[in-house]
Ligand binder design. Sequence first.
Ligand code: 3PG
Length: 377
Amino acid sequence: MELRDITKEKDLKGKRVLLRLDLNVPLEDGKIANDFRIRKNGRVISYLHKVGARTVIIAHLGKDGRESLAPVASYLQKKYLHLEFLPTAVVGAEVIQKTKEMNDGDIIMLDNLRKNPGEKENDPGFAEDLSLLGDIYVNEAFAVSHREHASIVRLPHCLPSYVGPVFLEELEGLGKALAPTPPFYVVLGGAKISTKLPIVEKFIGVADNIFLYGALAHDVLYAKGYEIGDSLVDKGIDVSHIVDNKKIILPIDVVVTNKKEGRSIKPIEEVSKGDIIFDEGPESILKIKNTLKEAATVLWNGPLGNFEAGFTQATEDAAMIISDLDAFSVVGGGDTIAAIQKLGLNEKFSFISTGGGAMLEYLAKGTLAGIDALEGR
Ligand code: 3PG
């Protein structure tokens, strides 16, 4: 079955729309640190409001359900004054009744779905309960559609199901990276080689080059026998099948810190015991600049340095370089987007994915659990 676009559906007036969003945004001291995902969701909320649907928003925040979506609801209330937040993820008689008493255009939002263990346990009973809140279901949560959770993979079996406009844009934007116009380059950063290895394996035959920067590089450098000091490395992952591939480009120089010498830039061969690699050096960045000059398609995911520790220089340099290219550029990942936003470069990228893990999984497999559920596979 084809994915159905909710904005193409007529007669939504008066219908209760159970709208799954991804509102999983970073919070700092209870305040929203990055509103990219929330703003992306504005389109479908406004649309449903305009056509007189009765919208019931469901979403998650954080890994374990400890956090409340209340700050996100307050943020949304600045735009949707009448949005009513119900601080519960339990579907009791009262909540069901509330949805039945809604007026056309009203919006209700439940609290963090992960507060209910049924969400992550993919409990059919929880999905059945949620389905009582809507006449139809809309998945506008591409970024969590790789998870086999009740609101993602079970709800499509309970209600007539649709996707939102941003979900469809994800498939189109990421589709351009799956069928890239050459020359095609992939730039990968961040940690956790295990999550990026499927992308390397998928694109190694297609891409002209794959840059493995950030902490990902440490794994490959280590496997090649380089000294990486005390840098972050995932020794349990086998990378032997990619280490000698000529298409893989590793950093030439890096920013290291060392207890005795402090911070310095070193050629990769000069990294010594006690050094910790935190960022890429200028030569490594120049390599990106020179290589990507002729690119027609660029795919970038993950920061090039340790973003959390404040090493943002190489990531920001890469953002400037890639945004300046005359190429179709596809980017994603929380820290990568944070750098792009900080520099005000959003509009200069061809497509910015809302997905982190979902983007990587979609690129590797060409589908997600949530898409299969919507398609009835
Ligand atoms: C994300 O932030 O990538 C999505 O919201 C999924 O979150 P999760 O990794 O906690 O399932």
